[in-house]
Ligand binder design. Sequence first.
Ligand SMILES: [Cu+2]
Length: 141
Amino acid sequence: MSWLNVAKNFVSFQFQSSQVLKKTFDGGEHPFHLHGHNFWIIATSDYPDAEDLYKNDYIQRDTVSVPGSGWVKIRFLADNPGAWFFHCHIEWHMSAGLALAFLVSPDQLIANGFKISSEQRSLCRALKQFNGKNQTNSNFH
Ligand SMILES: [Cu+2]
């Protein structure tokens, strides 16, 4: 991730591919999908001028293709409380750790009675333990 900015519930996020990703995976594109929200595609490394050319009229999608050696910049209105997965849709890339989660409005989730079960907590501990043992996977966090 190059940067993340949150202002008035608008999340701007730029995902930068890297040499680690290029070496680990095949160097091709990564179709990234966001759960729970649609996002605006602001620009990509293939179309960096889009940010100015299409200002205030960006295309809206729930999936964007990240160029293998490039980047994408997206923005979404975080108005749907929950933990939302943002991941590469190539199964083995996601399994290797090319994924993250946006936690939207955690205070509202707690106020609505959301609880993390002991089973979910054990999954978190297992993932933490796995990441500690697996150097390749921890490169993507
Ligand atoms: Cu991928």
